[in-house]
Design a protein around this ligand. Structure first.
Ligand SMILES: Cc1ncc(COP(=O)(O)O)c(C=O)c1O
Length: 391
């Protein structure tokens, strides 16, 4: 089946304004998402915020159902929060570590996650062990297996890193985690929305994601998946009167579902918009989205590889929608600035976002181009021509 790119572009007003290749930053939302936000904000203005929330009860409930359908879990296993980092934090900081415990992670781990590991290591005496890459630059499953022992209390991995096309073999990591009984936290911030994600097939216990990237939802939205087995075993690092109930002067009880990881006060329109964005992605089909992205990115990679002085920097066996490179003639930030003035949005990934990996490769910064299914070949050709002008 061919992908109806013309329809995708018609339903994305931003396409007529800019060639947006920064979907790993924040994607252009479709009209249905912005309409849903506006409608709810209007309702809040007309009848009041609490009253509007009550009136939108079904829409909000549908956001949980939509996310559960997207990643193949139950709605009770979903918490909606402000972003991927907070989602990840709520699971990570709920865990208990002691001196000598090990946290296993990968080379491509995201800065905010490693900062949290370092903080907890300092507080508790737990140790961070970084699993080496295999010859393709993805996490080495054999090495991971050999590093798992009774000291390992968590495997935490980034599925698709912020700085490249790598797709870590999340399900193979899940097999190791399951076989050893170690909890497994997957940062799926860059993968959700650009490919099918099934938490049963992956075997993760926790998964964090954001709304604004490949899901095309509003900024300030994200979600956490917590496998049912873990919900009542993990007390969130923060509790409020939504997550828990004050039942006697000296006593509280914590909710039994994953919403124990949420805040009482939140961005209601954003949650509705997130659900609408997820339903929209489901209507295209995540396999169709992935296939369309792969056709575009293969073409873009092939064209970039012909540009003199340009070095592609992606690692791994399977490619994602993220393409990174450096070019001899121009600093990444200068190139991104020049492209922006010419009507192309790209971004720059700096070493401090993925320090283990960038240090090992001696890279200070790289250009990141991240198409989505609504980009077309004409835009890709124009982008490559604009990039080539520097070389
Ligand atoms: C791999 C990865 N994890 C986590 C995050 C953080 O997401 P958020 O900004 O929604 O907290 C990002 C953001 O770029 C990311 O690329």
């Amino acid at each position: 089946m061919t992908f109806d790119v013309a329809r995708a572009r018609r339903e994305t007003p931003g396409c007529s304004r800019v060639a947006h290749f920064n979907n790993a930053g924040s994607a252009l939302p479709p009209t249905c998402v912005t309409d849903s936000l506006r409608a709810h904000l209007d309702l809040e203005a007309q009848i009041g915020g609490y009253e509007a929330e009550a009136a939108a009860e079904e829409l909000i409930a549908d956001s949980y159902d939509a996310i559960a359908t997207l990643i193949h879990c139950d709605r009770d296993e979903i918490a909606m929060v402000e972003n991927a980092t907070r989602a990840w934090d709520m699971a990570f900081y709920a865990m208990h570590f002691e001196p000598g415990d090990h946290i296993l992670t990968g080379k491509a781990e995201y800065a905010s996650n490693v900062i949290a590991f370092l903080q907890i290591a300092k507080r508790t005496g737990a140790r961070i062990e970084v699993v080496p890459d295999d010859e393709h630059g993805q996490i080495d499953i054999g090495a991971l297996r050999s590093m798992v022992d009774e000291r390992v209390k968590l495997i935490a991995l980034t599925h698709v890193p912020t700085n490249g096309g790598l797709v870590n073999p999340a399900a193979e990591v899940g097999q190791v985690a399951r076989a050893s009984g170690v909890p497994y936290l997957l940062d799926a911030c860059q993968s959700v929305g650009q490919m099918p994600i099934n938490v049963e097939e992956i075997g993760c216990d926790f998964l964090s994601a954001t709304g604004r990237k490949f899901l095309r939802a509003p900024r300030g939205t994200g979600f956490l998946y917590v496998r049912r087995h873990w919900i009542e075993r993990l007390e969130p690092p923060f509790l409020d009167l939504h997550a828990a109930q004050w039942v006697a002067p000296n006593q509280f009880t914590v909710r039994a579902d994953a919403r124990r990881f949420e805040n009482w006060e939140h961005y209601v329109a954003g949650r509705i918009g997130l659900g609408v964005a997820v339903r929209y992605a489901l209507s295209w089909g995540l396999s169709a989205i992935r296939d369309r992205i792969l056709i575009l990115t293969e073409y873009l990679r092939a064209r970039l590889s012909q540009v003199p002085g340009l070095t592609l920097r992606d690692k791994g066996v399977t490619n994602s929608a993220i393409i990174t490179f450096t070019i001899r003639s121009e600093e990444p930030s200068d190139l991104a600035h020049r492209l922006s003035k010419a009507g192309f949005n790209v971004s720059v990934s700096v070493a401090s976002s993925t320090l283990y990996d960038m240090h090992e490769r001696g890279l200070a910064s790289i250009v990141r181009v991240s198409p989505h299914y609504y980009n077309d070949f004409t835009e890709v050709d124009r982008l490559v021509e604009a990039i080539s002008r520097a070389s």
